[in-house]
Design a protein around this ligand. Structure first.
Ligand code: NAD
Length: 300
């Protein structure tokens, strides 16, 4: 079986790497958090002291880091992946970052004889834990085919969408939808509750109708419980909508609703919720209106 180095053991990476171990892949793991590394070592991974060490002797290195600067930092320098990975090796980047950055990082890898796929994911922490992620892949087709068993160990819907950056383009569209859905739901639930509706009954009766969407599951898990532990952090959603806004400027596409959603996430960050779940946009509205959505549950 292919030897894998895995870098970035946060909310998502800790589950993705655990699924690779379960599938039988020998895994060397690295994170700047030693506690995160220890958790995976307790499950059978080998600890690496830096990204280079995780890459040494590996066929493939996977990265699942916050954004492009983190991936570049993990790839470059004397302790980086490219200093340890043999020519002919592969980097699979599961991070969400800008399509242009994916192309630039792929070129950086190619200069060292390494092939790089962008493979951002959708499905959240539950999808990471259950091995049911959707993977949006960009890059070389032969490399994509050669790593398919690895993708199958962590995801369910796996698509090659074009050359380098193509996976990130699709992920960008996904994030616009997620960001707008969660802010729209926060507004709708705040108004509904202030008008006298039970927030849980709203979930029950609207969850099967024309307005149903995946983010309604987040309402049940976080907003209805008053529990805003991530999940998917506000800071990460803010980054993702920033990627969309930057791309919209380059391509001259007006994004009126997305730019408004960005301001909701900006408010959440200003109120100290940057590290909390992206559903914290509801906290912004709760603070402004005096509504407490979780306390308004009447049934059960
Ligand atoms: P996270 O912040 O929980 O985890 C990031 C991890 O990277 C942390 O453990 C951190 O210590 C580590 N790290 C940072 N810089 C490092 C470096 N230079 N070297 C080694 N380790 C480093 O983030 P997450 O929620 O796991 O998200 C990871 C990526 O996946 C992001 O791009 C995010 O947008 C994307 N994503 C997240 C979700 C979600 O629901 N959380 C869903 C889909 C996609």
């Amino acid at each position: 079986m292919k030897q894998i180095g895995f870098i970035g053991l946060g909310a998502m990476g800790r589950h993705v790497s655990a699924n690779l171990l379960k599938a039988g892949y020998p895994l060397k793991v690295y994170d700047i958090s030693t506690a995160a590394v220890e958790e995976l070592v307790s499950k059978g991974a080998v600890a690496a002291g830096c990204a280079k060490e995780a890459a040494e002797g590996s066929d493939i290195v996977m990265t699942m880091l916050p954004n492009a600067p983190h991936v570049e930092a993990a790839m470059t320098g004397p302790d980086g992946i490219l200093a340890g990975l043999q020519a002919g090796g592969t980097i699979i980047d599961l991070t969400t970052l800008a399509p242009g950055e994916a192309k630039r990082l792929c070129k950086l890898a190619a200069d060292s004889g390494v092939t790089m796929l962008d493979a951002p994911v959708s499905g959240g922490v539950a999808g990471a834990e259950g091995g049911t992620l959707s993977l949006f892949v960009g890059g070389d087709e032969a490399t994509f085919n050669s790593v398919m068993p690895i993708f199958e160990a962590i995801g369910k819907t796996i698509r090659l969408l074009g050359g380098s950056g193509a996976g990130q383009t699709v992920k960008m569209v996904n994030q616009i939808m997620v960001g707008l859905e969660i802010t729209a739901l926060a507004e709708a639930w705040t108004l509904g509750v202030k008008a006298g509706a039970d927030p849980e009954i709203l979930c029950d009766v609207l969850g099967t109708g024309a307005a149903a969407c995946k983010q309604m599951e987040i309402i049940r898990r976080s907003i209805l419980q008053g529990n805003y532990e991530p999940g998917f952090a506000v800071n990460l959603q803010y980054k993702d909508l920033g990627i969309a806004m930057e791309t919209s400027r380059e391509l001259q596409v007006p994004m009126l609703l997305t730019s408004t959603a960005v301001q909701y996430f900006e408010m959440a960050r200003a109120m100290g919720y940057g590290g909390k779940d992206h559903s914290s946009v509801a906290k912004v509205l709760e603070n402004i209106t005096g509504v407490n959505i979780s306390a308004a549950k009447k049934q059960k």
